[in-house]
Design a protein around this ligand. Structure first.
Ligand code: HEM
Length: 415
C-alpha cells in the first residue's frame, strides 16, 4: 500500500472540520502526506508548491475533469481544449481580456474613448458607492462587492444591468455546481436549471445581435473569425457563460477577501491610506494567502509520478492552490498576510509566473487576471477615497465559507 492511500486519522475533504478550516488540513497534508487520496471525492490532493507547479505545466495533466465539472453548466469552454485547438480558441477570446487589446473587438468605441474599460469600471464603482452614506452600517459585499464584476460583465456584453439579480443568482448556482465536491443532488439540479434559464435568456439576444450587431462583446463574439472560422451559437453561449461564471464569483470573492485582510487588522488599512502604491501589493498578497479559487482538478492522461508515487492514467487529481500558496518550503511565515514580505515578486503577482497559483499557471492561466486586477484596484481605491474611516461593525467577525471557492459572503462594516 502506498503512503497516499494508507490508513490515517485525516478527515475527509468535504467534512465540516475541513470546510471550517481547510488551511489546517492542508498544513497537515503538506507535512505528512503531500500526495493524499481523499476517499469521499475519489480524488488525489497535491499540496506542495513544487508539485502543484509541475502539475500545471505538465501536458499529462489534462482538463478532462471539466467535462463533468463544468460542461453541463457552461457548455464546452476554452478550459477544456488542449494543444493547438486550445491555442486557437484562446486566441479567439483573449483580445477582450488584454486591456488594450479590447480595440480589436470594439474598434468604433475604442477609437473614440481611450481607456474605455477603466472608465466603465470606475463609473459603475462610483455609481454603487454614491448610494452609501459615511458613518452608516452596511454589508459592503451585499451593497457593493457583489455588484462590481456583474456590472462590468453585463455592460461589456451589452446586457441590461437591471437584470443583476438574475445574473447573480445564475452564476452563484453555476459556481456551486462546479464546487459540488460533496455531490449534493440538489446543488447539481439547481446548477443545471440555472444553465437552462441563462441559455433561454441569452438565445434571443444572440439571434438579435447576429442580425444587427452592435458594439458589445456578444456582437463581437457572433462576428469574430479566426482562420476563417466563426463561432456557432453553442460556442457563443459557452463563451458568454464562462465570462459570467469565471469572472464574477472570483472577483466578487476576491473583494470579500481583501476587505477581510485589511479590516481584521486595521493597520493594513491605515498603511494603504498612507501609501496607495501598496494597493496592488495588498491584492497580490491576498491572492496568495486566500485564493478565491482554492483548487483546480486535472485528469492524468498517462501514468505519472507524483511525490514519488506512480498514479495510473485516468486518475483525478486536485492541484490545491490554497495549500501550495502557503507552502512553508516556498514562503517564510507562509500563512500570514504580509504586504511587506520579500520572498514574493509582487510585480509578477498577476502574470503567469508561478509565484502563486491563484490564477492557475501554464496554458490555462486565467484570461481575466488583468481585468480582475483592474476591477479590484479601482474598487479598493474608490472605497479608500470615500470611506477612509471604514471599520468592521462592532462584534462582527467575518467568516470564510466554501471549499472549492472560498471567501466571506457577508461583511458588516461602519463606513
Ligand atoms: C480574482 C479573480 C479571478 C481568479 C482568482 C481567477 C482564477 C482562475 C483560475 C485559477 C484559472 C485556471 C483554471 C484551470 O487551470 O483549471 C482561471 C482560468 C480562466 N479565467 Fe479566471 N479568475 C479570475 C478572474 C477572471 C475574470 C475577470 C475572467 C473573465 C472575465 C476570467 C476568465 C477566465 C477564463 C476564460 C479562464 C480559462 C482560460 C483557459 O482555459 O485558457 N477569470 N481563472
Amino acid at each position: 500500500m502506498s503512503l497516499s492511500t494508507s490508513p490515517s486519522d485525516l478527515p475527509a475533504l468535504t467534512s465540516p472540520e475541513v470546510v471550517s478550516d481547510p488551511y489546517a488540513f492542508y498544513r497537515r497534508l503538506r507535512a505528512e502526506r503531500p500526495l493524499h487520496f481523499d476517499e469521499g471525492t475519489g480524488s488525489y490532493l497535491i499540496t506542495r508548491h513544487a508539485a502543484v507547479s509541475a502539475g500545471y505545466r505538465s501536458a499529462t495533466y489534462t482538463t478532462k475533469n471539466y467535462e463533468w465539472q463544468l460542461e453541463p453548466v457552461l457548455g464546452k469552454t476554452v478550459l477544456q481544449f488542449e494543444g493547438s485547438e486550445h491555442a486557437k480558441k484562446r486566441a479567439l477570446v483573449s483580445p477582450y481580456f488584454r486591456g488594450k487589446g479590447l480595440e480589436n473587438w470594439m474598434a468604433p468605441i475604442m477609437r473614440n474613448v481611450a481607456g474605455l474599460l477603466d472608465d466603465l469600471v470606475q463609473r459603475n464603482v462610483d455609481e454603487l458607492l454614491g448610494r452609501l452614506i459615511p458613518g452608516t452600517e452596511v454589508d459592503i459585499l451585499a451593497e457593493f462587492g457583489h455588484y462590481v464584476p456583474v456590472y462590468t460583465q453585463a455592460e461589456v456584453l451589452g446586457l441590461p444591468k437591471s437584470d443583476f439579480d438574475q445574473f447573480n443568482d445564475w452564476y452563484n448556482r453555476i459556481i456551486d455546481f462546479l464546487g459540488n465536491l460533496a455531490k449534493d443532488p440538489l446543488v447539481h439540479e439547481s446548477g443545471l436549471a440555472a444553465t437552462r434559464e441563462l441559455r433561454a435568456y441569452l438565445r434571443p439576444i444572440i439571434a438579435e445581435r447576429r442580425s444587427a450587431p452592435g458594439e458589445d462583446l456578444v456582437s463581437a463574439l457572433v462576428t469574430a473569425e479566426v482562420d476563417g472560422e466563426q463561432l456557432d451559437d453553442e460556442e457563443v453561449l459557452a463563451n458568454i457563460s464562462i465570462l459570467l461564471a469565471a469572472g464574477s464569483d472570483t472577483t466578487d470573492s476576491a473583494l470579500g477577501n481583501i476587505f477581510n485582510h485589511l479590516l481584521i487588522d486595521r493597520s493594513n488599512w491605515e498603511a494603504l491610506l498612507d501609501d496607495r502604491g501598496l494597493v496592488p501589493i495588498a491584492i497580490g498578497e491576498m491572492l496568495r494567502v486566500t485564493p478565491p479559487s482554492q483548487m483546480n482538478g486535472r485528469i492524468l492522461s498517462e501514468e505519472t509520478e507524483i511525490e514519488g508515487e506512480a498514479l495510473p492514467a485516468g486518475t483525478w487529481v486536485n492541484l490545491v492552490i490554497a495549500s501550495a500558496n502557503r507552502d512553508e518550503r516556498r514562503f517564510e511565515n507562509s500563512e500570514k498576510f504580509d504586504m511587506f514580505r520579500t520572498d514574493m515578486d509582487h510585480s509578477k503577482a498577476f502574470s503567469a509566473s508561478g509565484e502563486h497559483f491563484a490564477f492557475g499557471y501554464g496554458r490555462h492561466f486565467c484570461l481575466g487576471a488583468m481585468l480582475a486586477k483592474m476591477q479590484m484596484e479601482i474598487s479598493l481605491n474608490a472605497v479608500l477615497d470615500r470611506f477612509p474611516r471604514m471599520r468592521l461593525a462592532d462584534g462582527f467577525i467575518p467568516v470564510e465559507k466554501g471549499l472549492k471557492m472560498r471567501a466571506p459572503r457577508e461583511m458588516q462594516v461602519v463606513l
